[in-house]
Design a protein around this ligand. Structure first.
Ligand code: FAD
Length: 310
């Protein structure tokens, strides 16, 4: 119930404005979001690199209906990719970027899909110059087909663009089968949005079972699976499947979110597996933080204590 309420609130502009204006302790936000600026994102990437972890960086923002804002988001990514290259943090996909098409203009009336695709393409050109890769985040189910279509378009010129599959969607095993081919980079996560029963499993058990079915397809395939989860059971199953298919440690990776289970992130990197951390940065932290709270009551308590302490 709390999860549904928080996911509902993550889309509420009124609550967003109230919370953004509240004097939330920067410590609370910075546990999950290292800062507002390009420098903050680069610094967080360098810190991860020092402990052998990779990064995928997201400039926060979503659902924009303002072309100027969509252009600004594109420009932030271009600036970020240049800064990563200048700091020698982008080569060989070490520091890559994650994009939300809804932040790049997908919801603009008329030509939204085309505009978002063009912005994503410009970011891919910059990523290629920086020697790194791009992953298209997956948003709510109403955008799944459009995002996969954009992925197909981008991959014609940039075959390294990564996809995301959400195991809570009933369609996802079939999508994994389509994407399990050679050269395809596929992030598998449980899914973070509030979705109707008609398209998505509702119980945690069913979502986990679907995650394992998807993992089996990806690990058996020729693709590069990106196992995005903090769930110890799923991480163990991913490792067992990788061993079963005699995968090299460089043929797949684990992914977790910035600030979540950092000791486990380091442990996985230290044992010789690849660990990539998703770093969100920027001022638009509200929707992102609400989804993290919906996932875990302990995160909500941490946030509320931070609000109360000011
Ligand atoms: P949960 O069901 O949240 O947690 C399972 C178990 O993990 C818990 O029982 C606990 O044992 C452990 N755990 C979880 N959190 C903690 C914690 N804070 N401390 C200690 N243990 C903990 N979603 C999308 O919809 N689209 C995307 O594009 C997307 N990209 C993502 C990229 C990355 C790299 C990651 C990691 C997640 C992404 N997500 C995305 C979010 C994802 O869908 C889930 O909402 C989120 O990862 C929580 O699911 P979980 O697999 O970690 O398991």
């Amino acid at each position: 119930m709390l999860r549904n309420a928080l996911l509902q609130l993550s889309k509420s502009d009124g609550v967003r404005r109230t919370i953004e204006k509240a004097p939330v302790s920067s410590q609370v936000v910075h546990r999950f979001v290292p800062g507002d600026s390009t420098e903050d994102a680069v610094r967080a990437t360098a810190e991860l690199r020092a402990t052998n972890r990779f990064a995928t960086i997201d400039y926060l923002g979503e659902d924009t209906t303002d072309l100027t804002q969509a252009i600004r988001t594109r420009d932030h990514y271009l600036e970020l990719l240049k800064a990563l290259a200048d700091a020698d943090l982008s080569q060989h996909g070490m520091g890559e970027v994650s994009l939300k098409l809804s932040a790049l203009g997908q919801y603009l009336p008329g030509d939204g899909d085309k505009i978002a695709l063009e912005h994503a393409r410009e970011i891919c050109v910059a990523a290629q110059e920086a020697g790194t890769t791009v992953t298209l985040d997956m948003e709510d189910h109403t955008t799944t087909d459009a995002t996969l279509e954009a992925l197909r378009e981008l991959r014609k010129d940039f075959p390294w663009v990564g996809a995301v599959i959400q195991s809570y969607l009933r369609r996802s095993v079939a999508d994994c089968e389509d994407l399990a081919h050679e050269g395809s980079r596929v992030r598998l996560c449980k899914g973070a949005y509030k979705e109707p029963e008609s398209v998505a499993f509702q119980s945690g058990g069913e979502v986990d079972q679907s995650y394992v079915r998807c993992l089996k397809v990806l690990m058996a395939g020729a693709c590069y699976p990106m196992v995005a989860s903090h769930d110890p059971r799923l991480i163990e199953i991913a490792g067992a499947l990788a061993a079963h298919h005699e995968r090299e440690a460089t043929s797949f990776e684990y992914q977790m979110l910035y600030g979540i289970r950092p000791e486990e992130q380091k442990r996985i990197a230290d044992r010789g597996d690849q660990m990539r951390v998703y770093i969100p940065y920027g001022e638009e932290w509200y929707g992102y933080l609400m989804r993290r709270m919906a996932e875990r009551p302990a995160n909500t308590m941490f946030f509320l204590r931070g609000l109360a302490s000011k």
